[in-house]
Structure formats: structure tokens, C-alpha cells
Design a protein around this ligand. Structure first.
Ligand code: F6P
Length: 553
């Protein structure tokens, strides 16, 4: 297989980059004044660097590209076989090669009248079977028909899970709080740090508390530890009556045996499948806490939003395909400009956990250094994703984005409408989206400063070089459906990047070594007798020091 850096499209992009890297966004706009204009229904033109569809409006005109760049990037995607790989995902081929699995999160949101047969099983039918059970369960809890062990209604729901079994549920709950049952309390326990469990439960009544134990594997150390602690906490309130477990614990997992060994009746287990990766699972049964919060109908809206983008991604030509455009631009900066990070800046308080969610999605997926056939990659792969909601970030780290020495492409996510309109807050909020992207692109020149009469000594400090690239993603309003649009948009951007790099975006072997070493170190920390340690000097000393501090030495 031709190495990526040897492909003809890559070479064309490298020489194209040499020309464009010297050109300022000011010149690009001067030479192509309409590049940021929307097409308003007219056929797509390469001169209009905006795209709209499936609930999202993407303005990518403030990127360091000209009319040649996107076609060259699209040619790279074609040469790397990205469209064929995309089709292989949608049809259930085993594209997760290192785990020998299909990658079918897109099946989680296919409508009930569709069918997708994989290995003789209609996975869409299975998905809807679980969705029906989830809906019935959520209705029972939300209506108060299904009570706790002592007959009291369930008022508190605690999701216990970590990674993909936590970040999606927390992010979705926070994002969709306005649509949630405000009389119910939702909390999330992920970290094995005992403080996480303590703070989540300290003021709750076990008689009114339901634990949703969420773990794809049902073996994850943190989740199993917290689940056992939760059971003890519950049983302590019920005088050790284990019959209470059935009323206060449900499980979401692919591992029925593990669930039943834990003591949860598999009738109270909501399953999913090994073809759903943890970081792609918030719309599977892992979304049970989301459904409990917003109800089955709104959960369906969320799924519809995902599906809308899936269809768009599968069928739209690359030059108008929003997730593909985003993924191609990520390649452009990471590989040709050598950028290392990408900021995601949602201008919505409700999306305050969105960057954290995206970190797992993007970095666990594309933090790889070998290709599908096990060869070392010939180019850089996944960037570091990070971010915070605006405008808060503006008063913190934006300084470095504006005037630092790093080039950091940014995604600005804005909404036309607030869910809680008060005075002119929304106009002020959105004015900052537009102002930041404008100033990052165009900056302020020394001449402009001198014309304004700025003291010559201050001119260098107050100069904004500009030429900082941004995408602006505008959404009408944050709803379950548009949240689905947004998450699927990033899922498929990640796919596009991974397909071009030729890596497996769906495994995560890199997290295993640390887990195995932790399992070895636990008994060394806990043993009563001084353990024989065969670590490096740093690790062994740290272990001894900790043991002394805990009075074990
Ligand atoms: O350690 C990484 C990881 O495997 C993630 O990929 C996953 O989302 C998380 O752990 C939790 O796994 P599980 O749902 O099996 O508990």
C-alpha cells in the first residue's frame, strides 16, 4: 500500500501549501470577497466557502485556503479510499481491524423501518428492541409506577460509568437540562477517587435512588469499584436486604454474564453490542440516563438528529459534506501547517462538557501511530482537542490564540436562539462569536495602530497578526435533535481524518498498559509486608513513599 506521504494528492497538497502558507487571510478575502457568502439555495460554488445541511451551517471561509485547496483535499480523501471506507462502515464490514469488528454506531439511529443485516442478524431490529425496553422502563420510572424497594418513587438517578460510559451521558444531560425532568436529580460517578462517589450520594436518600451501572465490558476497575460501593451504600439503608438491589440497580452492558455475577437481574439489563465503541455509545442503551432525563420522545429526536447527519455524510458530495469538510480541514492544518491542537469553543453554557466529550471521541479514536496493516504511519495523526465555552475562554486562554506563537485552528459553535432569553444576553454572546473569528482572521496591523495614534512603543504589543483560522458552526437552537446533529458531525469528521491517515479509529489499545500496571501496583500499595518492587527507581520510590505516608512501611 502506498504510504500516505507518497501519494500524488499528498505531494500536490504539500506544494500547494508552500504557496498558500505565505498568504494572509486579508489577501484571501480581498482576492475572493464573496468567499464567506452563503449560497442561499443556489448551486454550490467553490468560491463560497460555506456549507449548510442537516441542521448545521458551516462557514469555513476564514480558513487559510483558496479555491484549489478543498478540491485537492477531496482528491486526497479519494486517493486514500475514504468514500469506500465510509460505505464499508455503513454496510457493516469489519473495519475495526485490530478488534475484528464492524463499526455500526450509525445503526443505533437508523429508523425502525430500515434493515441492516450483519452476520445474519438484522441489527436495526435489535436496536429498536432495546429502545422499546428502554422507553418502557423510563416511562415506569418517570411516572412513578416503578418505585424503590420501600415503595417510594425514584427521584435520583446516578449513572456509574467512565470514559464513553460517562462522558456522553454527562455531556448530554448537561446539554439538554432544559428538556429534562427538573424534579429528578441526575448525577454521574466516574472516577475511582472516593470523593466522586461521596459527593454524588452524600445528600441523597437511598430509598429514592436508582443506580444505572453503565459499562460496555462490565469489567472496568473504576466502574466495578464504584458499583460495589453503591451496592453497599444502598444495602446499608435496607438492612442488608439484597432484594432491594433489583429495585435500585439496573445495568447497561454488552456482558450479560458480568451483570448477573454482579447480582443484577439480566431482565434489568439494557444491552448493546461489541460493534458500538464506548466513545460512540451515547445513543445506545448507554443513553439510558439521558432518556430518563428527557423522556423517550426527545431521546428519539436526539437519534433523529444523529441520523440526519449520517445520511448527509453518506450521500453528500465531499465539497458540500459538512463533516468531511471539517475533517479535511483538520488534516490540512495538522499535516501541512504542523498544528498540534484544535480548540472547540461552544458559545453555550449548556455545552460546557462538550469539549471534554470530544476529547475522548477525537483523541481515543485518532491517537494512533500505526496504520491498519501495522506499519508506522508516515505522517502526524490526531491533534489534541481542547476547549471551554465562550465567552469565558476569552478572558482566559484566548490571548495565546490571538497573539501566541502557536497556530491553533478553532471551531466556534454559536446558536441563533437562547433557551432562556433574558434581555440582550444572546445578542452579546453571539456578537462575541463573530467578533472573535473576525479579529482572529484579520487582526490589527501596525499601520492601523499608528493611524489610531497608538504610542510607537506599544505598537508591537498591540499588533494582532491575524491569519488565525476558524470554522463557525451556527445552529438555530440547542435541542435534542441539534445535539445529535453536532455529535454526529464530529464523529464523521473523526472518521474522515482516520480514513485518510489509514489508521484504526475504533480501537484503543493505548489505554491497556497503564491499566495492567495499576493492577500490579494495587497489591504493592496494600500489602502489610514490604513488597519486593521491580519497577524503575522513580516508580519504586513513589510506591515506598506512599506506603510510608499511609503507615504501611
Ligand atoms: O479505558 C478506555 C475505555 O475502554 C474506553 O474506551 C471506554 O469508553 C471506557 O474505557 C469504559 O469502558 P467500559 O464501558 O467497558 O466500562
Amino acid at each position: 500500500m502506498t504510504r500516505l506521504s507518497e501519494t500524488s494528492a499528498w505531494k500536490s497538497l504539500a506544494s500547494h501549501h508552500e504557496q498558500i502558507a505565505r498568504i494572509h487571510l486579508r489577501e484571501l478575502f480581498a482576492g475572493q470577497p464573496g468567499r464567506g457568502e452563503s449560497n442561499d439555495g443556489s448551486p454550490a460554488s467553490p468560491a463560497n466557502l460555506v456549507a449548510e445541511g442537516a441542521g448545521l451551517y458551516l462557514d469555513y471561509s476564514k480558513h487559510r485556503i483558496n479555491t484549489e485547496t478543498m478540491p485537492l483535499l477531496a482528491a486526497l480523501a479519494e486517493e486514500c479510499g475514504m468514500p469506500a471506507r465510509r460505505e464499508a462502515m455503513f454496510t457493516g464490514e469489519r473495519i475495526n481491524v485490530s478488534e475484528d469488528r464492524p463499526v455500526l454506531h450509525v445503526a443505533l439511529r437508523m429508523p425502525a423501518n430500515r434493515s441492516l443485516v450483519v452476520d445474519g442478524t438484522d441489527v436495526v431490529r435489535e436496536v429498536h428492541g432495546v429502545l422499546s425496553r428502554m422507553s418502557a422502563f423510563c416511562e415506569e420510572i418517570r411516572s412513578g409506577r416503578r418505585t424503590g424497594h420501600t415503595g417510594r418513587p425514584i427521584r435520583n438517578v446516578i449513572n456509574v460509568g467512565i470514559g464513553g460510559s460517562d462522558l456522553g451521558p454527562v455531556m448530554a444531560y448537561e446539554a439538554l437540562k432544559e428538556y429534562s425532568r427538573r424534579d429528578l436529580t441526575f448525577r454521574f460517578v466516574s472516577n475511582v477517587d472516593d470523593t466522586g462517589f461521596y459527593e454524588a450520594t452524600r445528600d441523597l436518600d437511598p430509598e429514592e435512588t436508582l443506580f444505572v451501572i453503565s459499562s460496555k465490558t462490565f469489567t472496568t476497575l473504576e466502574t466495578m469499584t464504584n458499583a460495589r460501593t453503591a451496592r453497599e451504600w444502598s444495602l446499608a439503608a435496607f438492612g442488608g436486604d439484597t432484594a432491594a438491589v433489583a429495585k435500585h440497580f439496573v445495568a447497561v452492558s454488552t456482558n450479560a454474564e458480568g451483570v448477573s455475577d454482579f447480582g443484577i437481574d439480566t431482565a434489568d439489563m439494557f444491552g448493546f453490542w461489541d460493534w458500538v465503541g464506548g466513545r460512540y455509545s451515547m445513543d445506545s442503551a448507554i443513553g439510558l440516563s439521558t432518556m430518563l432525563a428527557i423522556g423517550p420522545d426527545r431521546f428519539q429526536d436526539l437519534l433523529d438528529g444523529f441520523h440526519e447527519i449520517d445520511e448527509h455524510f453518506r450521500e453528500t458530495p465531499l465539497d458540500r459534506n459538512l463533516p468531511a469538510i471539517h475533517g479535511l480541514l483538520a488534516i490540512w492544518y495538522r499535516n501541512f501547517f504542523g498544528t498540534q491542537t484544535q480548540a472547540v469553543l461552544p458559545y453555550s453554557e449548556y455545552l460546557h462538557r462538550f469539549p471534554a466529550y470530544l476529547q475522548q471521541l477525537t483523541m481515543e479514536s485518532n491517537g494512533k501511530s500505526v496504520t491498519l496493516d501495522g506499519e508506522a504511519v508516515s505522517t502526524a495523526t490526531g491533534a489534541v482537542f481542547w476547549g471551554e465555552p465562550g465567552t469565558n475562554g476569552q478572558h482566559s486562554f484566548y490571548q495565546l490564540i490571538h497573539q501566541g506563537t502557536e497556530l491553533i485552528p478553532c471551531d466556534f459553535i454559536g446558536f441563533n436562539h437562547s433557551l432562556n432569553p433574558i434581555g440582550n444576553h444572546q445578542d452579546l454572546l453571539v456578537s462575541n462569536v463573530f467578533a472573535q473569528t473576525e479579529s482572529l482572521a484579520f487582526g490589527k496591523t501596525p499601520e492601523e495602530l499608528r493611524d489610531e495614534g497608538v504610542d510607537a512603543a506599544l505598537v508591537p504589543h498591540r499588533t494582532f497578526e491575524g491569519n488565525r483560522p476558524t470554522s463557525t458552526l451556527m445552529v438555530d437552537r440547542l435541542t435534542p435533535r441539534t445535539l445529535g446533529n453536532l455529535v454526529a458531525f464530529y464523529e464523521h469528521s473523526v472518521f474522515t481524518q482516520g480514513a485518510i491517515w489509514g489508521i484504526d479509529s475504533f480501537d484503543q489499545w493505548g489505554v491497556e498498559l497503564g491499566k495492567a500496571l495499576a493492577r500490579k501496583i494495587v497489591p504493592e500499595l496494600e500489602s502489610e509486608n514490604e513488597p519486593g518492587l521491580d519497577h524503575d527507581s522513580s516508580t519504586s520510590s513513589l510506591i515506598r513513599r506512599y506506603r510510608r505516608a499511609r503507615g504501611r512501611a
